[in-house]
Design a protein around this ligand. Sequence first.
Ligand code: GDP
Length: 333
Amino acid sequence: MAEDPTKKNDILELAPETRLPEEEAAEQEQSGFWKKLKRGLFMTHTELIDKVSDAMSGKVTLDERTFEYLEEVLISSDLGVETSLELVERVRRNALKEQVGSATRLRKILADEIADLLYELPRPRLAGRGPLLTLVVGVNGVGKTTSIAKLARRAQEEGQKVMLAAGDTFRAAAIEQLALWGERLGVEVVRQGQGADPGAVVYDAIHAAKARRMDHLIIDTAGRLHTKVNLMEELRKIKRVIQKQYPDAPHEVLLVIDATTGQNGLQQAKQFSASVGVTGLVLTKLDGTAKGGIILAINHEMNVPVRFVGVGEKLDDLQPFDKGAFVDALFAP
Ligand code: GDP
């Protein structure tokens, strides 16, 4: 009698053609995203691969001029001066140990050193005694609202009960947009009218999320006030309101950055970190830039891990950051 493969306990024993449907779906999702990530990083990838290859053209070994050129290439891919210098220094150390005689070898060394440089930290787990609280910050237009919707969807898919809070009371459109996403996703959105005190919205949301035993509360915040000082002060106030009610929260402060803004992203990361203490990054719009190197600059210079990357406008175009996949997509031929 033929054995039903789905009854087998040990998935590893199954031949590829008899994979469980959920495993197949997960793999397809992974490879689908990898393709998108690769497509998303295409411009950065081409820029790096071509120029790194140029660096080695006609050379049998690395010399001072090659190092200088490499430094320029890395800086122009928006890796940031500090990170670029560190990487060139690491390549130089490799070159002392071995004769780097081909573009392929140089790319491999760079890929390994970049992977080594990328700072990672595990994502916070569900809080257990109350909802996981994620505060999402970032300037307007970076893709904050869309990213919140994508995060909510991911959390739902992981089986979490999610609630959103419309903490950007500065713009009526922001409240409406979040409410619309809430309807589409079947997620409750705690909100008040335009001009309301965001602290009050957050207060209500924490109360509601605890009362309704939510697993995850995701809070949107303003991205533009009359002045930068106002914005940072408002964010600090929101954080104080949260901590008064829920001392170990926020468990995660995600800063959303638009990859196409290049080095400006690093400035934003510094400002938001100084006011609310960013714990993770969401890097959006990697699909529209040759400046994907900004991930490395922020990650390395500020020791803030990248949590998610966005490579398109669809709901499933946001994925957890995986440094292996990222470096592969950057350097794989
Ligand atoms: P917010 O002002 O920061 O809340 O920005 P929105 O969420 O309204 O997004 C601004 C625009 O960026 C929208 O048109 C989004 O569809 C688009 N967007 C967001 N994330 C991505 C991404 O990863 N790739 C691309 N190409 N577009 C994105």
